[in-house]
Design a binder for this molecule. Structure first.
Ligand SMILES: Nc1ncnc2c1ncn2[C@@H]1O[C@H](COP(=O)(O)OP(=O)(O)OP(=O)(O)O)[C@@H](O)[C@H]1O
Ligand SMILES: [Mg+2]
Length: 229
């Protein structure tokens, strides 16, 4: 059983009585430590798939299995725990809390989970992303690449099973993007976290173990060593 499996997953959004199919019969399975790039045109369903994978939303039909548990069967308390402890999210816009320092941003999810020695763990996570020298900086005192590294440290705070990244290099220059992509690759390899990244960047697909191409809510192809075109 992989850390993440989507079995006949479909998702429809209903707006003003009109149904919009966003995902259609998706079947995918990812293993621990797999680094996956999700590509396809705007509107093909990448962010929808990430939200379902992170139990932020649920399929209209089909099953999302996260560490062997169907997300649709979880009650509110279990969902909160799963979102906090099994899933890390990073975004194009970093979304650090502006009034907290770098280390406080990383420490917050540890405190919410009631972890002992949260400050030490937060420091360790900042070391993983080579940001320990910046722990007392406020987000506005950091560059975009530095903010994204802190956001990655925060997403990894509680050692999640999966790290979901929605266009994580969308606001970064190409040299900084390289650093972030290499970091995500190393995280998957070293910590066994499954990394699922939606991206429009060709560079990003180059480092991935698996490239999933989507079109119009469907998986067009999913392969581990496809030539990059
Ligand atoms: N909350 C929502 N309500 C209604 N429709 C939605 C909602 N979220 C997404 N959609 C629709 O679902 C489809 C898939 O959207 P999604 O955001 O997953 O695409 P995407 O691949 O992430 O696109 P992009 O590359 O632009 O981020 C689109 O047609 C979109 O308009
Ligand atoms: Mg999107």
């Amino acid at each position: 059983m992989g850390t993440l499996r989507l079995e006949h997953v479909s998702k429809e959004y209903v707006t003003e009585g009109i149904s919009v199919p966003a995902l259609r019969d998706i079947n995918l399975e990812f293993q621990a430590g797999e680094y996956v790039a999700l590509v396809g045109r705007s509107g093909c369903g990448k962010s929808t798939l990430l939200n379902l994978a992170g139990a932020m939303d649920f399929p209209t039909s089909g099953i999302v299995w996260l560490d062997g548990v169907s997300t649709s069967t979880l009650n509110d308390a279990a969902l909160t725990r799963v979102r906090r402890e099994k899933v890390g999210f990073i975004f194009q816009s970093f979304q650090l809390l502006p009034t907290l320092s770098a280390i406080e941003n990383v420490e917050l999810p540890l405190m919410l989970a009631g972890r002992a020695r949260s400050r030490e763990t937060a420091k360790e996570r900042l070391r993983w992303v080579e940001m320990e020298a910046y722990e007392d900086r406020m987000p506005y005192q950091l560059s975009g690449g530095q903010m994204q590294r802190v956001a990655i440290a925060r997403a990894l705070a509680n050692s999640p099973s999966i790290l979901l990244a929605d266009e994580p290099t969308g606001n970064l220059d190409s040299a900084t993007s390289e650093v972030i992509l290499a970091l995500l690759s190393r995280i998957a390899e070293d910590t066994g976290t499954t990394v699922l990244m939606a991206t429009h960047s060709l560079e990003a697909t180059g480092k991935a173990d698996t490239v999933v191409r989507m079109q119009d809510g469907r998986v067009e192809s999913a392969c581990s060593s496809c030539p990059i075109v």
